[in-house]
Design a protein around this ligand. Sequence first.
Ligand SMILES: [Fe+2]
Length: 121
Amino acid sequence: MPPADQLEGVRVAGALESWGYGQDRALLLAGLLHDVGKSRAAGGARYRMAITLMEAFSPGLLQRIIRRDGDVATLWRHAEIGAEMTRHSLPADSVRLIRDHHKDAGGDERLRALQEADALF
Ligand SMILES: [Fe+2]
């Protein structure tokens, strides 16, 4: 993982711990590694910024680019890719949280906490 993603993971896990989830090992592991799937894409911060802007202002353009550019597609699918990367090494619940960390949390309090911690950094 790039150092910036490692630092973000530590910060997310730290926020979760400070919110009372310090004993929830599966959630803390998901916090540490939630963006591990991004490590499979080149391009780094440039792509991420472009994806964020296109997602907000031109989702149709983003979808067209995703179909043509493997690195953008990898970043777009990083949660699913991260779940695949960790499925043999992390608890199943951590893998689920990594896979779903950009999906609607619904009534899942732990997933919502992960998303709220992720949004801080
Ligand atoms: Fe993410």
